[in-house]
Ligand binder design. Structure first.
Ligand code: DQA
Length: 137
């Protein structure tokens, strides 16, 4: 069965507890359930992961690139969280591994602090979903 890899960056393990006025009360387990239910309706499988470590996320993007080349993975949905605004390494990994990736943010980063307005991920992404809450996944 074809797989979509869903990657989550730092502090998203705290979803539900973390700044609920911004991110809501749903947990990362709720997000995973939502993704699996939606994918099942399309006959797809979800490989759902979270890490607080940039290098681990780089490794997982490269792994997804190999899975895409092997025809096992159809693409990546990623919420890079704070690394969105800092990580040239994630940008390079997406491009270097030729990964088709949709960048997702739960909150509308453009309506928040100026440091959240720039994304290193967007120029390497196939598409962007911002500010739709966990439904954006
Ligand atoms: C976020 C937005 C980022 O600016 C922030 O660092 C996050 C979560 C979002 O989903 O809205 O951790 O990616």
């Amino acid at each position: 069965m074809a797989t979509i890899t869903v990657l989550n960056g730092p502090n998203l393990n705290l979803l539900g507890l973390r700044e609920p006025a911004i991110y809501g009360s749903a947990t990362l387990a709720d997000v995973e359930r939502l993704c699996r239910e939606e994918a099942a309706q399309h006959g797809l499988e979800i490989d759902f992961r979270q890490s607080n470590h940039e290098g681990v996320l780089v490794d997982w993007i490269q792994e997804a690139g190999r899975a895409m080349a092997a025809g096992e993975c159809i693409g990546v949905v990623m919420n890079p969280a704070a690394y969105t605004h800092t990580s040239v390494a994630l940008h390079d990994a997406i491009k270097g591994a030729s990964v088709k990736l949709i960048e997702v943010h739960i909150s509308n980063v453009h309506a928040r602090e100026p440091f959240r307005h720039h994304s290193y991920i967007s120029p390497a992404a196939a598409g962007i979903v911002v500010g739709l809450g966990i439904e954006g996944y």
